[in-house]
Write a protein that binds this ligand. Structure first.
Ligand code: SF4
Ligand code: SF4
Length: 469
């Protein structure tokens, strides 16, 4: 029985006036009844473009959805785990409108099947049942080569590193994931606010990997207290995967960014995640924030502005973006939620200088822009309007204009790179150094969680082939 409704099932969310007072998750998840009703909208298409065109890790979408309609939720979870390691995370943070749901046939006439919400439902139910002791965590399947026990080092515990580690551990290798932070998860842990991805959701999926035999070593930073030379030398690792992301923020490059009150979105979000629910620590994330300007128009800008409205002392939050809303790369759903939460958007405006007094931010000198012909990115290029400068009175500025890899030029890494990104063979993700592979944001620059995970899996297959030569 197919549910022919074109409207789909909406996930309940916290009301805007409530959610801006807390960091609890905004989207509350499907109930079982909602999940089954939504799953019944899936047409079980033979070609399933949701999966073949839309999902970077090729989750078996119609199969796991069919299991939901049959009430076989744990089987649905096991189907997902054949291809992904972080279903509860991806169900929440994937830009589904561009990926699986953007390719769903039901989207041609009405709303696509809510694939991400269904994936989240299945993974959340599995987590609750494991934590309640109703079912055990499923041990990872290991292949016959388990006894080989060659050691592989994975640098970085973000989505690329975790996916690579899981596949290599399943193939029988002794895998250690090194991360400079104390809490594993990379950008998922420090870069995504709790109202989109609660800590316990990520922690459970990381713990599942530890239970599957992956070892985690915190406080280990490439170029500081570990090097590729030492890993592949004294420490006895046969291969290394670089999956340590693109965490180095890019600055605005305008005068005044040295003033107190200017912070990168990466630092702001990371301090916020470290503060958790501690009210006093939250006050220190951005002291006396008053009016906050966020510069940028991507998903990190959305995370930053939506976090900013929730911090103590924030009076007004404004996003300054140099193109129009049409060119904005942010997820439209995130943009809509930011607007509901009271964030103001100032389009066609570029910052020229951060102004200050006594070392503290007092304003942002801006210039109006207009759009001309499309540039290389296909988006219309903003050009300054002569004589349109004005000052926006603000007391804090958050830079959210992108980030780059930190591997290039790091002591002891010694792999070829171009403009801060590691160069790899596109087929194997092998770097210029034998036995060293790389994938995810450190190669591509900031992309999606699921794209990074796909790269981690691809590298794992190549590392397996390399170690069997
Ligand atoms: Fe969609 Fe992402 Fe899940 Fe793939 S991993 S099915 S793209 S939500
Ligand atoms: Fe179901 Fe949509 Fe995928 Fe078709 S394209 S199988 S309707 S989720």
């Amino acid at each position: 029985m197919i549910n022919l409704s074109n409207n789909g099932t909406r996930m309940p969310v916290q009301a805007p006036e409530e959610r801006t007072k807390n960091f609890n998750e905004v989207a509350e998840g499907f109930t079982e009844e909602m999940a089954v009703r939504e799953a019944l909208r899936c047409l079980q298409c033979r070609e399933h473009p949701c999966m073949t065109e839309g999902c970077p890790v090729s989750n078996h979408i119609p199969d796991f959805i069919r299991k939901i309609t049959e009430g076989e939720y744990e089987e649905a979870y096991q189907i997902l785990m054949e291809t992904t390691v972080l279903p509860a995370v991806c169900g929440r943070v994937c830009p589904k409108y561009l990926q699986c749901e953007g390719n769903c046939v039901r989207g041609e006439k009405g709303r696509p099947v809510a694939i991400g919400a269904l994936e989240r439902f299945v993974a959340d139910l599995h987590r609750r049942r494991v934590l309640a002791g109703e079912i055990g965590e499923t041990p990872a399947e290991k292949t016959e080569e388990a006894s080989a026990k060659k050691k592989v080092a994975v640098i970085g515990s973000g989505p690329a590193g975790l996916a690579c580690a899981k596949d290599l551990a399943s193939a029988g290798y002794a895998v250690t994931v090194f991360d400079r932070e104390e809490v594993p998860g990379g950008v998922l842990s420090y870069g995504i606010p709790a109202f989109r991805l609660p800590d316990e959701v990520l922690a459970f999926e990381v713990d599942s990997l530890a239970a599957a035999g992956v070892t985690f070593e915190a406080g280990k930073e490439l170029g500081k207290n570990i090097s590729i030379d030492s890993l592949m030398g004294d420490m006895g690792y046969s291969a290394v995967f670089l999956g340590n992301g693109a965490g180095a923020p890019m600055g605005l490059g305008i005068p005044g960014t040295e003033l107190s009150g200017v912070v990168s979105a990466a630092d702001f979000l990371s301090r916020l995640n470290a503060a958790g629910a501690d009210e006093e620590a939250l006050k220190q994330v951005l002291p006396d924030p008053g009016t906050i300007a966020i510069i940028g128009g991507g998903n990190v800008a959305m995370d930053a502005c939506r976090s900013a409205v929730r911090i103590p002392g924030a009076e007004k939050v404004q996003v300054v973006y140099r193109r129009s809303v049409k060119e904005m790369p942010a997820d439209p759903a995130e943009l809509a939620e930011a607007m509901e939460e009271g964030v103001e958007f100032i389009y066609l405006t570029a910052p020229l200088e951060v102004l200050g007094e006594g070392g503290k931010v007092t304003g942002l000198k801006c210039q109006r822009m207009e759009l001309s012909e499309p540039d290389a990115s296909g988006r219309r290029r903003p050009v300054p309007v002569e004589g349109s400068e004005y000052v926006l009175p603000v007391s804090a500025v958050i830079e959210a204009i992108g980030s780059r890899s930190e591997n290039a030029g790091v002591d002891g890494v010694d792999v070829s790179s171009d403009r801060g990104l590691v160069i790899v063979d596109p087929e194997t993700l092998a770097t210029s150094r034998p036995g060293v592979y790389a994938g995810g944001d450190t190669v591509t620059g900031p992309k999606t969680v699921i794209a990074a995970m796909g790269a981690g899996r691809k590298a794992a297959r190549a590392i397996d082939r390399y170690l069997k030569q």
